[in-house]
Design a protein around this ligand. Structure first.
Ligand code: MG
Length: 390
């Protein structure tokens, strides 16, 4: 094909330069025992067409970097509009891996397409939601955190309720403490049930199927909306979770650790989960996430997107079969998941929720955010630039 749909010569939309920036930044977390600082490593990408269009993305994580180097190098030479062709080619090239490295570039291509058309990615996807109901998704519990006891979860849930949140998800004790976990769940159910939708995410830290069953029965007693990644199978075993679903009443949410359309389809058709999970940062971009959303729609199931971010907001605006925006990882000291790399006021800070318990969908062209490239450069640890024939 020699021209794009609007008559633009294909040659002018060719990707001629790709930048992959790796950066690290400190996150401060105040606990009952003082201030902890941990470093987070993320990536930022910029893709350029022959005629000067630019697509941008910031996010991801450290483990995707080696894959992203392959995907960035190979993007040079594609038309910016050939997202599905690129998606398919990278799927094959990364067939021995989890394929997360595709995501930054797919999302940057959606950003570029929106900016070029002067439309938001939400509009390109057919989005109609403008406000996204959010849930406060907590830090893990533990003696050295600001969430050391079951009562501390209730106190924090009350504070979130006052801010406007009408949904709350707890992450429990990473030591796999079944008794504390079950106590916190039952206490939340008694005190917050009926006022907030309540969820539990064990994030695979319970050791055994028996532990998962015991905590699941607490979720049943407390009327929880979902029970996520119960135990140490890694959030992967369709067989075990089908069994668990037969033994408890609380819906299971599995899929945060199951990557991509085909693997999620296999999980769902084996009846391993009630809710469906996807994350545009990890599940092969906006393209991959919308494929999973439509798979869930075809099966009559709801998809709940993982973590906050501009791409999550755009996708959620256009998905009927979804319920909540995940505002993670937060606690009594606040907490912010999204790196402070925007100059446009975009934020996923706990206290920036609206009184309606919602966060807005950006309306500007592309992802609708303005990346602070000076901030990225100041925190950069590595820069890879790809151009010319690869
Ligand atoms: Mg989770």
């Amino acid at each position: 094909m020699n021209s794009t749909g609007d008559g633009t010569p294909r040659s002018s939309t060719i990707i001629t330069r790709v930048e992959l920036h790796t950066f690290a930044f400190p996150i401060e977390h105040r606990s009952a025992h003082g201030l902890h600082t941990v470093n987070r490593t993320r990536v930022a990408v910029r893709v350029f067409t022959a005629d000067g269009s630019i697509g941008e993305y910031v996010g991801g994580n450290e483990t995707m970097i080696s894959q992203a180097k392959i995907c960035g190098r190979k993007l040079v030479g594609y038309s910016a509009f050939e997202r599905e062709l690129y998606f398919d080619a990278m799927k094959r090239d990364l067939r021995k891996n989890d394929k997360m490295g595709i995501s930054p570039f797919d999302i940057a291509l959606w950003d570029l397409a929106g900016k070029r058309a002067n439309l938001s990615v939400s509009q390109l996807l057919g989005g109609w939601r403008t406000r996204l109901p959010a849930y406060a998704s907590t830090w893990f519990a533990g003696d050295e955190t600001a969430l050391p006891t079951p009562q501390s979860f209730v106190d924090f849930a009350e504070r979130c309720y006052e801010m406007g949140y009408r949904a709350f998800k707890m992450h429990g004790w990473e030591t796999g403490d079944v008794a504390k976990e079950a106590a916190a769940i039952r206490l939340l159910g008694r005190t917050m049930g009926g006022r907030m939708a309540l969820m539990h995410d064990a994030a695979c830290h319970l050791r055994t199927f028996a532990d998962a069953l015991a905590v699941g029965r607490a979720c049943d007693d407390a009327g929880f909306l979902w029970y996520e990644d119960p135990y140490s199978d890694g959030g992967l075993s369709a067989f075990a979770h089908k069994k668990l679903r037969q033994l408890i009443r609380t819906p299971i949410l599995l899929g945060e650790h199951v990557r991509g359309l085909e693997s999620v389809a296999t999980l769902l058709l084996a009846e391993g989960s009630d809710f469906v999970r996807a994350d545009p940062d990890f599940d092969l971009g906006i393209t991959g996430t919308m494929k999973i959303a439509h798979l869930a729609e075809a099966l009559g199931l709801d998809i709940e997107l993982h973590a906050p971010g501009p791409a999550q907001r755009a996708c959620m605006s256009a998905i009927r079969n979804t319920n909540f925006y995940e505002l993670s990882m937060v606690g009594p000291s606040g907490g912010i998941f999204t790196q402070p790399s925007y100059t446009c006021g975009y934020t996923d800070h706990l206290e920036k929720v609206g009184p309606d318990g919602c966060f807005p969908v950006p309306t500007g062209p592309g992802l609708g955010v303005t990346v602070d490239w000076d901030w990225i450069a100041a925190h950069r640890t590595e820069l890879n630039v790809y151009q010319g024939k690869n």
